[in-house]
Write a protein that binds this ligand. Structure first.
Ligand SMILES: Cc1cc2nc3c(=O)[nH]c(=O)nc-3n(C[C@H](O)[C@H](O)[C@H](O)COP(=O)(O)O)c2cc1C
Length: 159
């Protein structure tokens, strides 16, 4: 078992790419969050239903996770930005697995904006923990070389 747990949710593969790249650079245990309720994969409904689900933090039907979060000192949370916030999978995970006194790193993937609003909201939700770093990545799958470089810098700062 490693000291660090990487928890992530990915709807369209970008955060998954980030998680895979990160695991090549850092020794971490990894947990991908899976849910039963997701927005449609295409069309306007993707953004409307997905955005609403994030704003209202609708119950995504989070599937059980295997890791025990309390076994880890450091927790990295990676997610796509949805409607300027974090997706319900992340909110549901934090509700189901409350923790304090941990070092937390946040990684947000976005398309047009950045992840700072989502970081602010999560920082409030994670009161009692220390946010040691944040990384905002734009369109990781479209910008793979840049993303790899930013993750390399992030991992080097952490070591
Ligand atoms: C429902 C929904 C809402 C989104 N809202 C935003 C947003 O507010 N700002 C933004 O920059 N990107 C937004 N995006 C784009 C994603 O954050 C971006 O494509 C991200 O890289 C996707 O990560 P993933 O492939 O791991 O799901 C949204 C995407 C979806 C599906």
């Amino acid at each position: 078992m490693n000291d660090t747990l990487l928890i992530y949710y990915s709807f369209e593969g970008n955060t998954e790419f980030v998680a895979k790249t990160l695991t090549e650079k850092l020794k971490v245990d990894v947990e991908r969050l899976q849910v039963t309720n997701e927005p449609p994969r295409s069309g306007l409904g993707k953004f409307l239903r997905g955005g609403k689900s994030a704003l209202f933090q609708e119950d995504p039907g989070l599937k059980p996770i295997t890791a025990n979060v309390k076994d880890y000192y450091d927790i990295i949370i990676a997610f796509p930005v949805w409607a300027g916030s974090y997706p319900p999978a992340i909110g549901a995970f934090l509700e189901a697995n409350p923790f304090t006194g941990r070092n937390v790193y946040l990684i947000g993937c976005s398309a047009s904006g950045n992840a700072s609003g989502a970081f602010d909201k999560l920082t409030r939700k994670l009161q009692g923990n220390t946010i040691l770093g944040t990384l905002s990545l734009k369109n990781p799958l479209k910008n793979q070389d840049e993303t790899r470089e930013r993750i390399r810098e992030f991992a080097a700062r952490r070591n």
